[in-house]
Design a protein around this ligand. Structure first.
Ligand code: FEO
Length: 169
């Protein structure tokens, strides 16, 4: 059985994952309209992943005797001035998500809820991967600079992005 404070903390994370899904959906839509086929494919997939992260929390809370809370959708506030700015925001966003996962792990330990602590390890590993992916992509973007050919190749690569990090899924 989850304590009330853990249930509330996990419910806050449901909202963060749901909001993340919306953020990447907005990015995907922007990239699609701009003609960045690869970037939009990546962002649509990223949005789906975040939804999966959210659903995993919903199931866990309900299985442990809590009640998952589904909140309203918030319109993402984004700077859509360039594809580079897009990926910078992706990294910043993921760093914030990592911080909230860390806070959650701290709460689980404080309350000696080892089941929740164990459940959260999947998210800890996932955040390492997501941050590493964003940094890897930003390094590539910095290499491209203003080279249009490089951008074309980059967008093409993003259609089948494979993470440089391998974590257990
Ligand atoms: Fe579910 Fe990208 O954090």
């Amino acid at each position: 059985m989850l304590s009330k404070s853990i249930e509330e903390a996990l419910n806050r994370q449901i909202k963060i994952e749901g909001d993340s899904s919306q953020v990447y959906l907005a990015m995907a839509s922007w990239a699609e309209v701009q003609g960045f086929e690869g970037i939009s494919t990546f962002m649509f997939a990223q949005s789906e992943e975040e939804r999966m992260h959210m659903l995993k929390l919903v199931k866990y809370i309900n299985q442990r005797g809590g009640q998952a809370k589904i909140s309203s959708i918030v319109e993402p506030v984004l700077d859509l001035s360039s594809y580079k700015v897009l990926f910078k925001q992706l990294l910043e966003h993921e760093i914030k998500v990592s911080e909230s996962i860390n806070d959650l792990v701290g709460i689980a330990l404080d309350e000696r809820d080892y089941a929740t602590h164990n459940f959260l390890q999947w998210y800890v590993a996932e955040q390492i991967e997501e941050e590493a992916n964003a940094r890897y992509i930003l390094d590539k973007i910095n290499l491209i600079g203003d080279d249009k050919g490089g951008l074309y190749l980059f967008d093409n690569e993003m259609k089948n992005f494979t993470s440089p990090v391998t974590t257990a899924k």
